[in-house]
Ligand binder design. Structure first.
Ligand SMILES: C[S@@+](CC[C@H](N)C(=O)[O-])C[C@H]1O[C@@H](n2cnc3c(N)ncnc32)[C@H](O)[C@@H]1O
Length: 289
């Protein structure tokens, strides 16, 4: 019987993806350095079967397919219909005998009926912090993994530990306040940011994952990828960033002051190649009991 909750997750993720998909290329370039912490920890080997959870447009799915090679197989699952559609049509999705075939699925990974105990590894880059029932979700992923199989996911730590996530917000809030206007960036541990904790390790343990562990990394990222100038990032922040809906209600002089202040701050982070800011992430790992 179709699950209404899963259908609601698909609708919600598809709607959310419509806002970031136009920036899919710059976002992939921006997040690429996180692959250098994900894949060494995941230790994918030729011939393995891998599930990439919350795979988005499939950058990590394609990387996994090349690591497990032609004898492996990879499932990229995401609840956003439009993100999977984008992934399916990526130019790299051609028939390369040295690369594993990729199956794409539009589904809520929390409730999807995966083949039982078939995966050698479950990986994710920033795709496991959104579950409404985390124990149920991680138990479902455990059931999809063979005994001894691995879980490896990159997650954000608290938002205010990452200048990459926090700097624009702080500048915007302070600038608006200097005009007597209040912007609320929300708590730094609100989802998807409060996930690199002992509580999450407890959730993994309850969900049939053994030896859960968490390793923190500080990774410099280029905002919207190398080459994107501060002006572009500031304009986008004002138009569609996390405070955009609040800024829509602000007087034009406040909006322009925020845009200018963000641009000026980001200009100080330009290193000749791009706007470079540190991100704080953690790699969660565990083994299927
Ligand atoms: C921050 S994006 C990361 C995308 C991709 N992994 C990357 O690194 O580019 C999070 C992704 O998780 C997906 N997602 C959120 N909840 C999900 C769920 N319950 N099942 C499957 N995918 C989900 C979203 O649709 C989104 O594409």
């Amino acid at each position: 019987m179709p699950d209404d909750r899963a259908a609601a997750v698909v609708d919600r993720c598809t709607e959310a993806a419509a806002t970031w998909l136009p920036l899919a290329g710059p976002i992939e370039a921006q997040l690429a350095p996180l692959n250098d912490v994900l894949f060494p920890a995941a230790g994918l080997r030729p011939g393995e079967s891998v599930i990439d959870v919350g795979c988005g447009t499939g950058d990590t799915t394609r990387r996994a397919a090349s690591l497990v090679g032609g004898t492996g197989q990879v499932l990229g699952i995401d609840a956003a219909r439009n993100a999977i559609e984008h992934a399916r049509h990526h130019p790299a999705g051609t028939h390369d005998p040295d690369t594993a075939p990729i199956t794409w699925a539009v589904a809520d990974a929390q409730r999807h009926a995966f083949p039982a105990a078939a995966a050698d590894a479950v990986i994710s880059r920033l795709g496991v912090m959104f579950f409404d029932e985390p124990v149920e979700a991680f138990a479902n992923l455990a059931a999809a993994t063979r005994p001894g199989g691995r879980f490896c996911a990159v997650v954000w730590t608290f938002r205010d530990e990452s200048p990459f996530l926090q700097l624009n917000l702080t500048v915007a809030v302070e600038t608006a306040a200097s005009y007597g206007w209040t912007l609320d960036a929300g708590p730094p541990d609100a989802a998807p940011f409060g996930f690199a904790t002992d509580e999450t390790l407890g959730i993994l343990a309850k969900a049939a994952w053994e030896d859960p562990g968490l390793r923190r990394h500080r990774v410099p990222l280029y905002a919207r990828g190398p080459g994107t100038p501060p002006e572009t990032i500031a304009d986008e922040f004002v138009a569609s960033g996390p405070l955009a809906s609040q800024l829509q209600g602000a007087p034009p002089e406040v909006v322009e002051a925020v845009r200018r202040a963000v641009r000026e701050e980001l200009t100080t982070c330009w290193d000749g190649r791009g706007v470079r800011l540190d991100a704080s992430v953690a790699v969660l790992t565990a083994t299927r009991a």
